[in-house]
Write a protein that binds this ligand. Structure first.
Ligand code: HEM
Ligand code: HEM
Length: 124
């Protein structure tokens, strides 16, 4: 595994490590207030980005060119803004990071849909 798929799986596992450590901290402290931030670090960081990585590994032709790099870059920026952004929103500090992060995460998924559809022949 190399290139984009390696990047996705390597970073996704780091999000999982951080998300699980956060989960253990919540369980140990009996303070579940930031559970949605933990949930989305795991679901948008670990699960979603790992799925992108497995797709690029399964369909190598789809990982070629600029668009897949922009897609993974957007997904990475999205999770790095969204997960802490949810915590900041729940702490009533600011909603800006969650808002911008969620839009970038949405754009990353839109780009992924375009990449999957335009590579339908390569995927067969
Ligand atoms: C060491 C591993 C983990 C620990 C110790 C842990 C711990 C926790 C804790 C204490 C909560 C709060 C529960 C509540 O207030 O009801 C929670 C919520 C949640 N966790 Fe984890 N978690 C772990 C891994 C994961 C992973 C890998 C995922 C997803 C792939 C995940 C997804 C969620 C979700 C979606 C919620 C929100 C559930 C809800 O609000 O109903 N967790 N977790
Ligand atoms: C742009 C991306 C996303 C945004 C803005 C978003 C936003 C939200 C919001 C506002 C909630 C309600 C939280 C609450 O009631 O406290 C929620 C809950 C939830 N979302 Fe997302 N979400 C996104 C992506 C995802 C993805 C990709 C998954 C799964 C792969 C997911 C799984 C969940 C789950 C399981 C819950 C219920 C658990 C909880 O309350 O924390 N979300 N999401």
């Amino acid at each position: 595994m190399r290139g984009l798929s390696f990047f996705c799986l390597a970073t996704a596992s780091l999000y999982a490590l951080a998300g699980m450590a956060f989960g253990i901290y919540m369980a140990a402290s009996h303070d579940h207030m930031l559970a949605p931030a933990h949930a989305h670090l795991n679901l948008v960081g670990w699960v979603t980005i790992a799925l992108y990585g497995f797709y690029y590994h399964a369909v190598p032709a789809a990982s070629l060119g600029r668009l897949p790099q922009i897609q993974v870059g957007a997904a990475t920026l999205g999770v790095l803004l969204l997960a802490p952004g949810i915590a900041l929103a729940m702490l009533d500090i600011t909603e800006a990071f969650a808002a911008i992060g969620s839009l970038i995460t949405l754009i990353a998924m839109l780009l992924f849909a375009i990449i999957v559809i335009r590579n339908r022949v390569a995927a067969v």
